[in-house]
Write a protein that binds this ligand. Sequence first.
Ligand code: ZN
Length: 452
Amino acid sequence: MIVDRIRTVETGEGWCRSARVSSGSGERTVEYHVPHVDGARDSGPRVGDAAAFLAATILPAMLDGEDLHIDGPVSARTLAGSAEVVTAFARWDHRLRPPLVTTAGTADPGVASAGAACFFSRGADSMASAVVERVGSAALTHLVHVVGLEPVHSAATIDEEVRLARRVGDLVGLPVVVMRTNVRMLTDGRRDWADAHGAALASLALATDGVFGRVVVPSTQAVDELVPYGSGPTLEPRLSSESLQVVHDDLSLDRVGKVWLLARDRPDLLPLLKVCWAEDRADNCGRCGKCLLTMCALQAADALHLATGFPDRIPLDDLRRLRPAPVQSQQHWVAAARALGADGERGRTRDAILDALHRSARPGPRERVLQWWAYLRGRRASPVPNWKDPSRGFEWTHHTLMLDLLTRGRPSRPVAPEPEEPLVLGRARPAVGGRTDSGAATHGRNPSVQGP
Ligand SMILES: [Zn+2]
């Protein structure tokens, strides 16, 4: 995969940073539109660093099974950190080959701008990140709402989303910057967005280098829920450059805790809470798993009636029919069930959640027959009820690996008779007195290839 024609053009509204991405799977132009930002540096994004395009193309190059060349200077820090991201992806999915990554040089380290932004979609994670108290220099100066990351939004819904994001910005006292991108096209149709979105957000953050010095990515997983996932404390921060720090936000709150925090401290924001991505609308469908989980958390906080972007009742039959998976998602539901308690309407919601969780692992006879039928027809690789298709992404691969080890005593991928070379990117420093190499413009499995 080759990334070239790296450009930054002033557009009147701001700047368009773009690059051509060519590989065996086709040729595309990836774009980031960074608007003029009041209160930040007038000069716009720093253009001498192509780190954003490296962050955006790591996973696509691995999906194509190709090495990756960035035809522009890249931050030494981002390049070094990207080796850890490559390693994570390759360990989480053994079908992904670590690419040899080369660049056309090392970018001059810039000076970090003072601005500190946080990505903001109006979901529970980003709403909590927008309002949580931060001390001193960690305080936010802006929220960044990105157009182009939602898969099904029409132009009218996008306009409404921007309007509502700005309304939250007014309520929390932070100006909302609207970026636009088409970065999703590099992975859409080939990989679940859950696997791709952390590196994509890091690339968006790096595209604002010079405008902001620090960009926060709201966390999805709490500290006790960390499993292989496309966004996390081991991913986005590794892609930081010398002048743009990408921060993966606090891990102390799970999804239910974030809703609780909002209900307790900022109930005025609950009417603007938007978690649904399943439909083309600026409010919530109230039927998909993400909507239902948020509604259960709101009910646990006695605040469902305040969140007017959701239906006012939880459809318990829909809840019972859910089969939460993989394990991280199951943990979110356990947290919701714990917060609800056994009494009254909340107790009925809790029972429906516990029933759905139980059925996910121990389905009834009819579901079992259907699973066996799918297995015998070759449409399902395992008859085990809690098995999930590992090809859906990192979380599902992890879920199935754990399931196989715990229930069958075997890894999902058989141990081959031939010895397998461990994944080792980079190399050790030579013995004292030997040749030293300060070059940082390459990493990959093959240490014999060096330099730009
Ligand atoms: Zn929904």
